[in-house]
Design a protein around this ligand. Sequence first.
Ligand code: ADP
Ligand code: ZN
Length: 614
Amino acid sequence: MTSFTAVQTSFGGSDPLRVLREVFGYDHFRGPQQAIVHHVIAGGSGLVLMPTGGGKSLCYQVPALCREGLAVVVSPLIALMDDQVQSLRQAGVRAAALHSGLAAEASSALWRNLLRDELDLLYVSPERLLNGGLLERLQERPLALFAIDEAHCVSQWGHDFRPEYLQLEALALRFPQVPRLALTATADPRTRSEIIQRLALEQGRVFLASFDRPNIRYLLRPKLEAKEQLLAFLEEFRGDAGIVYARSRSRVDRFAALLQASGHDAVAYHAGMDAGQRSRALSRFRNDSGVVVVATIAFGMGIDKPDVRFVAHLDLPKSLEAYYQETGRGGRDGLPATAWMVHGPGDVPQLRRFIEDSDAEAAQKRIEHGKLDALLGFTEAPGCRRQVLLAHLGEVLADPCGNCDRCLEPQVLEDRTVAAQKALSAVFRTGQRFGAAHLTDVLLGADTARVRSLGHQDLSVYGVGKELAREQWRTLLRQLTSQGWLEPVPDGRGGLRWGEETRVRALLRGELTLELPATPARQERRPAIAAAAGAYAEAEPELVAALKTWRREQALEQGVPPYVVFHDRTLVELAARRPAELNDLAQVSGIGAAKLERYGEAVLAVIKGWGAQT
Ligand code: ADP
Ligand code: ZN
């Protein structure tokens, strides 16, 4: 924890915009923040629904500093609390966290501060809030507000249910005069009404922000050779922090090793590792720059690292909501981030089996199958990905987004009748039981042991497909499958057989033609940081690097993650504007009064030193 001593006294009675500027260094409120802040300062309660990265924290942090008394923030995870407290202290705010991980000394200092009204914000886990006499102590003090973060934990239907959260309904009874603000990134209407009911927020207001994350680029790819595809994708992101999701522990271990062998700074994370290994992985991800975590979905809530530049899915997630939440961990700082996923029909049977093999009741299983169908619908729907995704969350996006694979790489249709005829013949001649790999070998005329042992080199279709590359045949076979010309052999071993026979025969006779999207052989290009906003175009990469080096030293010295010192966004803006004086520095987003005083001269020196070299 930082040794920085807060000098700020209370901001009681201050104007929220002044607090936003002087403490947090931001010029404007974002989206519904302003309305929320005013509502709470006036004593109102409510529920805030905002996507990850939307800026929920300021919704209670600003009122906490404007209202008299202590603000109590209920948060489910220690890592989350410590992060917030460190960031607030850097901004000169008197904040502390009370949780089971706290050393005795720190704990008694905290209680002392609390009883002397020397704290602006107290983060606390629900257990600690409700047990051990804290509520009684709080009842004797002036309270600014209660904020209930990750409020969906109160919902039994959500996947992060925490029984302790249910007891929070006591707050409404014991502190009827204190505003209560619940916050969550869950968009699901059912969870929403459950939060309102359980936290007794019926009298409060609901603030719903758009769930669009415009800086996230959605790129979906047919799954061919996931290994090579991932490595090719990551080439564009060397040195960036990111998350790679895989379905099983063994796949996580395998892919983490693969990335390490390819020179990436990768760590594995899954529930099969012991607690020590997991927390080491987490702390490397948070504190070092450019670490890639390969993880199962066990790696999730509480990851509020702002500069995650990509989230890659090697396997289909469980549902479209899960996909939205997982990809939402990228780009919280508002800079461009990429959500990349390889997917194919091969993932589906296993997911269906997971659902069938679970001990859920039949009705629940039907819901899970339905969620999977919605996800598959998203992967297969023509047109803009973001429009489909937002429609699922109940929002209408009027125009295609221009920042997804469908918008960026419009599909051109090609007549593929002849190639389809060859593929369908190959399926038939080999006996309607082989998978895509072997069929491709036959079409390409490959001399494999399997081909020879089966005598397939003597078939009329052997080697008739040399005009297409292996990858193109795989794509075609997948397209034929997704359109029903072929279907998986039901034993689930990946073999393919003909779909509806009359239709297939008509195609083979040339009575039907087949147009399919052309497979672009295009390289995936990294969205240049320049695309983010005009100012970023002018950021000198070497100066950004120099500022990052300086930031790393500061962070190491204080034992905090680098983003607690300054966000990437601030460094990029510094490198674009290259301020020469303290006054100019104060204009940069993310530099409030405390950080200006603390780091201003040093930052100017880095910029000046860089200028002298060039
Ligand atoms: P959430 O909790 O909703 O995921 P955070 O509160 O962590 O989001 O905010 C996400 C990022 O946006 C943080 O880096 C925060 O500093 C930044 N941010 C929030 N509000 C503003 C604002 N009004 N102006 C500029 N940056 C903001
Ligand atoms: Zn789009």
